[in-house]
Ligand binder design. Sequence first.
Ligand SMILES: [Zn+2]
Length: 531
Amino acid sequence: MISLPKAMPGESLFSRYIRHLKLTGLCKDQYCIKQFGRPRLSIHPFITAGVRHAASEDPDKETLIFNTQTLGGLFCFFMPNQTEVIKQALLATDTATAIRACRLVNYTIQSGSNAKYCPLCANEDAFNFGFSYWHLEHQIPGVNCCSKHGVQLIQSLLPERPHIDGDFLPPVKKLSATSHPDELMFARSTVNFLNDLQYKPEGYKQDELIIRLAKAGYIGSGGRVRRRELISDLMGLTKSFSQPSRPMLPKHSEDFGYIRSIMKNGNAQHPFKYLLLEYLLSTRANVSSGNYVSKADSPDKDHKQLTETCIQLLNQSYSLAEVSRLTGKSRTFLKMLAAKENIQLNLSPKKITKSLINKVIRIAWMGFHRNAIASTFQISNGSVEQIISSVNGLVEHRKKCRFESKRRRYRAEILRALSGYVYISPSKEQIKKAHYAAFHWLYRNDKTWLNNHLPKPQKPKQNPRVDWRRRDQELAVKVQAILLNTQEKLSLKQLDDLLGAHGWLTRKLDKLPTTSSMIESLQNTRSKIAK
Ligand SMILES: [Zn+2]
């Protein structure tokens, strides 16, 4: 069976399943049986189940796939009460439970019925890799703009259940329509949020929302939320958003239920609503002074205000990551802004000297992980990778090291299992079941060693259906009768024929000791009489 294709940059698990289906050449039902164990199921474009199976070759990848190839992490973050249910459903293949736990059916927008793509990304992917694929960040519900190209995402209706089809990949050479800058900024802040999600182990804290609202000036002197202002600002912020986001936006300027549902503790809403509120708070709030700038500003004025907030925060020595999170602006934008405004960034750049490069190369040849090298020398992972790739043959050498390391680890695991620490004389099937990843990796990459070390298949035990003792007793009586009633000397073959030609006397005499000694004694006696 062909293994799941490697994920392309930003590719969703859903997209990998489609490419896999195409590669295997199976029909959809057969594929679902092989991959998920049953023919009838739904494969969701972003709440994509079957993570554990996808990570079967490396269980460490479960979390990685869950966080970077599905939107399970996003829903878990904003629905902390449902985290375990969503996670377990996606690790297994329980799409229905995951959709229920994410409350997707509660929204008029049926996000599951469409997959979105950016026509420019599709063209670029086709040019770079030879095929287009579904990007996870484009599937964030409510986001309808490509954060990279600033063009509107195009919706494609999913094929009928199980919602995958070998040819269902984004079409190329489609025309693109530019999105409004507001929508682009929201898309970028959302994608940044998604990328940072794996570093936020704790779920969303609604209790802290009130503090942020107060900082942004949305809490009145009596401690009440200024709902009218908040709704008005949300509507102002999203007035240029395209149609598909509308069902998840406030319906009118007095849609206070919208705010109430977000504020109510334990009443988890769709992540889009929280993302929008967070975006509003991060862009409109002047965190340092608590002064709120009203929403009735034009987009240009908003941008100017936001830029000023960035400058103010950078001047107060906030880190780049922090300013980026608070304002939704990218690190590149902030670096450029700091350079323009002559603001000294708190970056403490490390100069990569010739001697440092040599040290990195020496350790890299030893096969240390790039994270370990980066933290040893206090430089970025990117710098380490750059140095490694500049040395001829080093990348290949490290690949080989990783391969050998994996082989040693998996071989040791199998040998430990064979030594009988769990099962006494374990069988091949038991080893395969209990050490799935190691077994399959070695089966693909080190088959001879595996076959030489696994227990030999045992011969099936024969069921002793014939009671030879009893048969011996019965035959002895019959043989005695025949010999006593015959004057001639009979051969074993003749005797066997008289008994029914079963071949017992000619082929199985060793199992018939009484009969055998009976024949011998009677034949000898007859010989003596004959003489
Ligand atoms: Zn794009």
